[in-house]
Each structure stands twice: as C-alpha cells, then as structure tokens.
Design a protein around this ligand. Structure first.
Ligand SMILES: Nc1ncnc2c1ncn2[C@@H]1O[C@H](COP(=O)(O)OP(=O)(O)OP(=O)(O)O)[C@@H](O)[C@H]1O
Ligand SMILES: [Mg+2]
Length: 310
C-alpha cells in the first residue's frame, strides 16, 4: 500500500484545562476524500487548524507528504491548501482580485498567476462572476471562489472545513463534482461536514466526539461493523409504536424519523416474529425491507451511547 499522504498520531490540543482534541490518530491515503464528522464542538476545526499550522498542538505527531508537519512546517505547508470554516475571502474585492491576492501570497506572479486564476475560476464554474464583488455573490458561488483560492498553488493535500454549509443541494453537488475533479488530478482532501449524504460519498470517514475518535473507516464498513439491520416502520402512531417496540428485548434501538420508527435489530435475526407481536399489540404499520444502518443511525447511536456514559 502507498505511504499515506498524512499520518496523524496522538494529536492533542488543550485550551487551559479543557481538552478540545484528545490523542487523535488517523491516516489519509493518496487521492482519497476523507470525511471528518462529529457534533458541534467535537474538535474538527481545531484538528484542521493544527494540521494547517494555524494552531500549535499540545502533543502529538503528524507526517505529511513524507515530511514532519510540525518541525518541517514551511516545506510542507506550501504543498497544502486550506479553506477555513469562516470564508477568508475579502468581501470588498472581486472574485478575480481575491484570487490574485491569494496567489501573490503563495508566490505566484505574472502570466503564471493570471493563467492559474483563469483556470481555477473556470474549473469551479465561477468565471462569469470574476468581476463581481465577493459580497454580491451567493453562498454557493462564494464557496466555489474560496475553493479556487485554496487550490491556486496546486496543493497536494487540501483541508476543507464545512465548505458546503448553507449551500443548496444543487450547488452542493456542483461543489462535490469540483472536489472529485481535484481528487482525480491527484489531490487528497480532508473535508468536514454535517451532511451525512455527503459523508456517504467520502472514501473513508473519521467520526469524532468531544475530541475523541469514535469510529474510523469506509462508510460501508462502518455501517456493517454496527452488526445491525434496520427495519423502518411507517405509521401514523409513531410514538405509540416506538414505546411498544422498546419493550421487546430484540429491539436494540427504536428511533423516530419523520412519521416512521427505525428499529435496530441484530444483523441476521428474522424481524417477522417481532413484527407479528407488534401487530398483535394492536399497532398498524407498513414495514420496509431490512437494510444496513445509515450513517445517521451510526451518528445517533454514537451520540446516545456517549450520553449514556455520563
Ligand atoms: N481558541 C479557543 N479557546 C478555547 N476553546 C476553544 C478555542 N477554539 C476552540 N475551542 C473549543 O474547542 C472545542 C472544539 O471546537 P471546534 O471548533 O474544533 O469544534 P468543531 O468540531 O469544529 O465544531 P463545529 O461543528 O461547530 O464547527 C469547542 O468546545 C470550542 O469551544
Ligand atoms: Mg468547526
């Protein structure tokens, strides 16, 4: 297997007595889109900020592109790109002026800079908007200009912190298509998102909570590792059905989703006897075929288990 482009070991960041990131270890393979998930305050941005050199770690090691990320920072950082959670674009400059400004910071100039600015704006489908002030752009356009700015110097590793928050589904898809093209051109991407549909498109995921790594792997592998199947029951009386289902020992979890109850059962058990008992208790519902848990099921399960621990 190729050497990982990024290998993080025991990364930790404390703010006073509070530990925001705790002993985090993970690796990113070349050319993958690596998703970083977790509730608000989990430590995602803090981790990215340490890896981009904006924030010093309290402990831990990281190697990127064959170099030590913390002791050889200058040499590595020139080969990384970063799009922060709060867009760093200058709103009173146009899209093209922003790119020229950031390109200058990366050391690009002259025709090379002009060529790169044009190439990136076209690639991100914001070339038509190049002479508009950033303040006049929509959220989706702004995010794509920010992505163009973060990739001007052709970084090998790209860190994107919630790049699609506030972006509509269509623009979100456009943004992911742009990411797919960047990966096809050889970049590796670490992206944070609260959108589990996006997470499903990642090659691998790390799920962190309260600074700790809770789950790590391919989306399908993570779902299979739960050892569960989910049966969705559609009903008008979802609360009554949820309460009744929770009384049955084979029901590992019964969560509401809209007007449906999602029952988690151990993988491989036949749901039919349980469904008969629920119907015998006077409940009416339509049962969908059993399926693998979704990432949302995994997310809910991890959050609830951590609550049960406290
Ligand atoms: N400079 C700081 N000083 C003190 N505490 C901080 C600082 N920066 C972050 N924190 C705390 O560290 C924790 C992790 O924050 P972080 O921004 O990394 O979370 P996140 O996973 O990115 O959340 P979100 O999904 O809301 O963006 C939070 O409790 C936050 O308040
Ligand atoms: Mg964040």
């Amino acid at each position: 297997m190729a050497e990982p482009v990024l290998a993080v070991e025991g990364l930790t960041r404390r703010f006073g007595t509070f530990t925001a990131v705790s002993n985090l270890s993970f690796e990113i393979e070349p050319g993958e889109i690596f998703g970083f998930l977790g509730p608000n305050g989990a430590g995602k941005s803090t981790t990215i900020r340490m890896l981009c050199g904006v924030l010093a770690p309290s402990a831990g090691k990281a190697r990127a592109l064959g170099l030590d990320l913390f002791t050889e920072a200058d040499r590595v950082r020139a080969r990384m790109g970063y799009m922060s959670q709060k867009s760093s674009l200058l709103t009173d400059l146009t899209a093209a002026e922003n790119l020229r400004f950031f390109g200058g910071l990366y050391g690009l100039e002259g025709s090379r800079l002009a060529g790169e600015v044009e190439y990136r704006l076209k690639e991100m489908q914001v070339w038509e908007e190049r002479d508009l002030m950033v303040s006049a752009l929509s959220t989706g356009e702004r995010q794509r200009v920010a992505l163009a700015a973060a990739t001007l110097h052709r970084p090998e590793i790209l860190f994107l912190d919630e790049p699609t928050s506030g972006v509509d589904p269509l623009r979100r898809r456009l943004f992911w298509e742009a990411m797919d093209e960047l990966v096809a051109s050889g970049m590796s991407i670490l992206v944070t998102t609260h959108n589990l549909g996006e997470a499903d498109q990642c090659d691998r995921l790390a799920f962190i909570m309260a600074g700790n790594l809770m789950a790590y792997g391919r989306p399908r592998g993570l779902k299979e590792a739960m050892g569960r199947q989910v049966v969705e029951l559609r009903t008008d009386r979802f609360r009554a059905l949820q309460a009744e289902a929770r009384r049955h020992p084979e029901v590992l979890a019964a969560e509401l989703q809209g007007r449906a109850v999602r029952l988690s059962l151990a993988a491989g058990t036949d749901p039919a006897p349980l469904l008969s008992r629920l119907r015998a208790a006077g409940l009416e519902f339509e049962a969908l075929p059993p399926e693998l848990p979704s990432l949302e099921d995994l997310f809910v399960d991890l959050v609830q288990r951590s609550r049960a621990d406290v």
